[in-house]
Design a protein around this ligand. Structure first.
Ligand code: 2PG
Ligand code: MG
Length: 429
């Protein structure tokens, strides 16, 4: 059998924050090879798969020697001779071998890198690009991008409480045009910040690291940047990743920048005021992961006019997505493969969300590498949306650039996901 797994090998490489991470190479009997690299989050949900780190003094405790040993030892032995095209069997084997609900035994980093590498090897054996292998005969749209302009929260020394101030180029007709719009807004925002003397470099995902006096000041500046770049009437709109678990718990929200502590009701009132006053079409993790009532209240209050995305709240888990839908929480999900730990479980999360008519956004992590796999997952799974960070730093640009290559491969058949992929009624203005 040409697609039988012959060898699985892990090595230590380094991520965009200069921390160790796990790279896995898989080779098949017929000679095809695939590579997977584990990304790493900072603002993590407490129900995510857990990375295995060595602890101790080296690399701030982020070493991955134990995770590498797990791949090169038990994982390699368990996968030998399994058909790489049978991804479900591969992932089931990994899950059973680990034996914990959060993959903490072998390590989420060891498992996701292996699962990714097997999928890449299977696509290579087919002689196809990964996106084409995944899409098969199904429909494919090039994803609507969410591009970070200002980085804050845990990715920028908590300079703002809100983590990501992003844009969505709803007026673009193609992915190529979407990138042009992102470039212009990113540049305009940088110029405005520099003129004000508050540009302090870039944050972990490449967005400008700002010096603002309040969270709302960032929103005002973003609107000015969109205007300065020449976009009008909803051509470019705003998306926020609040990442509220980073500053809220047990119904209390501590806005360090504004030296205020709010109850869930007060916090939601503030957030809903922003939604009313600014062209915001998408809000991710508006409340903390331990505030399901707050999530329901926010989802109900925006009444289908805004995409409400669960990240820490749903952790790419099909069951959590179904339960949240039942409870009236969220209408979209962020898909981060390393939150759940395998390709199969990630795909199941996409399928569950699609069945519900939800938005699906494939997302990078704040710790990334040159790996461009998520560009292929977003397209091949027909997710409709892609979030990879900002418009600088090569670990981000590599992914945007890869979608441009996929768009070119599709040629005349390329279809760009416009506002229609958002799970709301009609086009927001
Ligand atoms: C998020 C991600 C990416 P992290 O919260 O959506 O922006 O951050 O990878 O640190 O969890
Ligand atoms: Mg998030």
């Amino acid at each position: 059998m040409n697609n039988a797994i012959r060898a699985v090998h892990a090595r230590r490489i380094w991520d965009s924050r200069g921390r160790p991470t796990v790279e896995v190479e898989v080779s098949l009997a017929g000679g095809a090879r695939g590579r997977g690299i584990a990304p790493a989050g900072t603002s993590r949900g407490s129900n995510e798969a857990v990375d295995l780190r060595d602890g101790g003094d080296s690399f701030g405790g982020f070493g991955v020697q134990r995770a590498l040993a797990n791949v090169n030892g038990p994982i390699a032995a368990a996968l030998e001779n399994i058909d790489a095209e049978d991804q479900e069997r591969v992932d089931r084997t990994l899950i059973q071998l680990d034996g914990t609900p959060n993959k903490s035994n072998l390590g989420g980093n060891a498992i996701i890198a292996t699962s990714m590498a097997v999928l890449q090897a299977a696509a290579a054996a087919h002689g196809s690009s990964l996106w084409r292998y995944l899409a098969g005969a199904g429909p494919t749209v090039l994803p609507l991008p969410e591009i970070q302009i200002f980085g804050g929260g845990a990715h920028a020394g908590r300079r703002t409480d809100i983590q990501d101030f992003l844009i969505m180029p709803l007026g673009a007709q193609s992915f190529d045009e979407a990138m042009v719009m992102a470039a212009e807004v990113y540049r305009a925002a940088g110029e405005l910040l520099a003129a004000k003397g508050s540009r302090c470099g870039v944050a972990d995902e490449g967005g400008w690291w700002p010096d603002f006096a309040s969270n709302e000041e960032a929103l005002g500046m973003l609107v000015r940047a969109i205007d300065k770049a020449g976009y009008r009437n909803g051509e470019v709109v705003i998306s926020l990743d609040i990442a509220a678990s980073e500053f809220g718990s047990r119904g209390r929200y501590k806005l360090a920048l504004e030296k205020r502590e709010l109850s869930t009701a007060e916090w939601l009132e503030m957030l809903l005021g922003w939604v009313k006053r600014y062209p915001i079409v998408s809000v991710e993790d508006p409340v903390a992961e331990d505030d399901p009532d707050g999530m329901r209240a926010f989802t109900r209050a925006v009444g289908g006019a805004v995409q409400v995305v669960g990240d820490d709240f749903l952790v790419t888990n099909a069951k959590r997505i179904e339960d949240a839908a039942e409870a009236g929480q969220c209408n979209a999900v962020l898909i981060k493969p390393n939150q759940t730990g395998t390709m199969t479980e990630s795909k199941q999360a996409v399928a569950a969300a699609k069945r519900l008519g939800w938005g699906t956004i494939v997302s990078a992590r704040s710790g990334e590498t040159e790996d461009v796999m998520i560009a292929h997952l977003a397209t091949g799974w027909n997710a409709g949306q892609l979030k990879v960070g900002s418009f600088s730093r090569s670990e981000r640009m590599a992914k945007w650039n890869e979608v441009l290559r996929i768009e070119a491969q599709l040629g005349a058949a390329a279809r760009f996901a416009g506002a229609g992929v958002l799970p709301m009624r009609g086009k927001p203005s």
